[in-house]
Structures are given as structure tokens and as C-alpha cells.
Design a protein around this ligand. Sequence first.
Ligand SMILES: [Zn+2]
Length: 172
Amino acid sequence: MAVACAWLAVPGWAMADACAESPGLSLLAARALQFPVDGIQPRAVRDTFDEGRPGHRHEALDIMAPRGTPVRAVDDGKLVKLFDSKPGGLTVYQFDPASQLAYYYAHLDRYAEGLREGAQLRRGDLIGYVGTTGNAAPDAPHLHFAVFLLGPEKQWWKGEALNPYCAWRAAR
Ligand SMILES: [Zn+2]
């Protein structure tokens, strides 16, 4: 199935080889992330990290699920930004507890009630619902989920893309 879903094109993102050993991927694997979409098994998700999207590499996973399916925080850590962008629609940026990794959730149908920037999320907390906001095809609701390794400046929009698929694969 073709999924129209574009990743936020952020200049300076490193092109990490999918599942290659790297300090970032080791860090990610050690977090043993919760899966973010209710009712979906990680093994049922196709690895779309290296796929092309118009003008860039995807560098994220598209997790297909019915509209309105709960989306949950994959880890403990601070919610640093709620952002409504043209490609991503309603998005959430979350840091891990050590502010080394950032988790990005996009195309949400809506946010969980009371969600706010600066909140300390716990793994499994409801953050929103699967949808098609932004440039997702209206008939293909999904969560676009990405992880990146933050630089020393800890800027929520900038880092080295890591393949979340590898983390879940390593945890099995
Ligand atoms: Zn996507």
C-alpha cells in the first residue's frame, strides 16, 4: 500500500544506516520503548525507514491503524513541543528522561485532553489519537513515528535520525 506521508524536512539530519551499530541505536535499544499504537504488534509493522518520500528519505515508521486509535508515550520524559505543521499535522515532540533522544509523533487526529508542553510524560500515557492531519492521505490513517539522537544543543527539531524498528527488533 502506498502511503502519502512526508517527513518534516530538517536540514542537517545525518543519514544513519538502518539497524547499523551506532551509539545512538544502542542508546535507543536500551530504552526498550513501549509500542505507541494500541492493538498493533511491532512485528506487524513494515520497516519504512529507508523508503523515499517526495524530496527526502522517510526516516520514520508509518504505523497503520484505524482513525481514533489511542497513541501512547513510548517512554518517560518531558513533552517539549506541541506543533501543528503542514506536513506533520498535529505533532508531539518528547524527550527521553536524559534528554538524549527525541520522539516524534505525527498526523494525530487530536491530542489527548489536557496535554500540554512541559508535562512530564510516563511511558504509556495517552497523548492523542491516530489520524491523517498534515499531508497523510485521508483514507490511510497512521501514526508517523520517528526517533532522533539530540545534539548538544538539545533542540527539539534537530538530530540524527534513528530507526525505531531496530529498537523493537532488538528488544524481541
Ligand atoms: Zn511517515
